[in-house]
Design a protein around this ligand. Structure first.
Ligand code: MN
Length: 339
């Protein structure tokens, strides 16, 4: 039996979900594996479109978390994305619920099967929920996305961002290797107190990431376009003359506090454009369309794949249709229907 935990790559909820599955493997899966066997389970980071398009092949022994439901049967599936909502009853060991994070949902399942969670685990659940559903206050954004004089080692939300910085570099291969390294061997109670992880000096990664965010903000300042009439910020990376730093996806709402939505797009290869669409994280009540559905639609319409949540989503489209897809999104965001 070769179990693999297949999870959302380059994502703190993906990492944390894999952490919870590994930590509570026997409880969640109803198995009786030895610690040694659990320690050797392989972790694989995958992007959602790779599952939807079938370019990543799953097996019957895979545990798939924070990702769409694969086309063929797996051992265990758990997701919280709106666009993964099942149309029919799910088989055994398949779970879907609209929750702020997949990690939080997995911990609910652990609690159901195993009794109350520890105070540290509850704290971990709370901060991953804030992070994955972008339920930050402006103060929390300043704390986690901008340089500080001191980095408060007791703040769990900041700690989780410090951990996330480790696998949010621009090198996907490095990110995957770090994912695997952090999840290898015996795990702590939660990532917040995992000794092996903290030995690797995650603050060094975080400080570098904050500098990368600052450099990125300086570059995008040159081409961010605010469409005042429809209150949408467009970040078209085809306009970038230089590529520098790491994207700070919430910057647009700090810079344009009146914006309702933001759209970003970039070519990820000659044939594919990646779209990201979001709503103002500080004013979720301003949103009047389901963004996950729009992303699902543009994926289908323009030869790619997409999905997400009502408040945020993403899609890959065939790059020949980039301008059409952008226009389609802007037209949809103009609509004021309530969902
Ligand atoms: Mn998630």
């Amino acid at each position: 039996m070769t179990y693999r935990i297949v999870t959302h790559a380059n994502c703190t909820d993906g990492f944390s979900s894999a952490f919870v599955v590994k930590k509570y493997f026997n409880i969640l899966l109803g198995k009786d594996l030895s610690q040694k066997e659990i320690d050797s389970i392989q972790i694989v980071g995958v992007m959602p479109p790779d599952i939807q398009t079938g370019s990543f092949k799953t097996t019957v022994d895979d545990i798939v978390v924070d990702l769409p439901n694969p086309p063929t049967k797996v051992l265990f599936w758990c997701d919280h994305h709106d666009t993964s909502k099942p149309k029919e009853n799910l088989p055994e060991n398949y779970y879907w619920k609209y929750t702020p994070s997949c990690t939080g949902y997995l911990l609910e399942l652990v609690e159901e099967k195993n009794g109350p969670l520890s105070p540290e685990t509850l704290e971990f659940k709370e901060v991953i929920n804030i992070m994955d559903s972008a339920s930050y206050s402006p103060e929390q954004i300043k704390l986690c996305y901008y340089k500080q004089d001191n980095y408060d080692p007791s703040n769990p939300l900041l700690k989780l961002h410090i951990i996330g910085a480790m696998f949010n570099t621009r090198d996907r291969v490095l990110n995957d290797e770090i994912f695997k390294t952090l999840l290898k061997g015996e795990l702590g109670e939660t990532p917040l107190s995992d000794e092996n992880l903290w030995k690797l000096n995650p603050l060094m990664f975080h400080k570098a990431q904050l500098e990368s965010y600052a450099q990125w903000r300086e570059i995008v300042d040159g081409y961010l376009e605010y469409k005042e009439d429809i209150k949408v910020v467009v970040q078209d990376d085809r306009k970038a003359t230089i590529s520098r730093g790491v994207a700070d996806r919430f910057y647009v709402y700090i810079k344009f506090p009146d914006a309702k939505y933001s759209v970003n797009l970039r070519m990820i290869d000659n044939e594919t454009t990646r779209f990201g669409v979001g709503s103002n994280i500080f004013h979720k009540d301003w949103r009047s369309v389901n963004i996950g559905n729009i992303c699902f639609e543009i994926g289908k319409k323009f030869k790619g794949a997409g999905g997400g949540h009502p408040v945020v989503g993403g899609a890959n489209v065939n790059s020949k249709h980039t301008d059409e897809a952008l226009q389609y999104i802007l037209n949809e965001l103009k609509k004021f229907k309530t969902i």
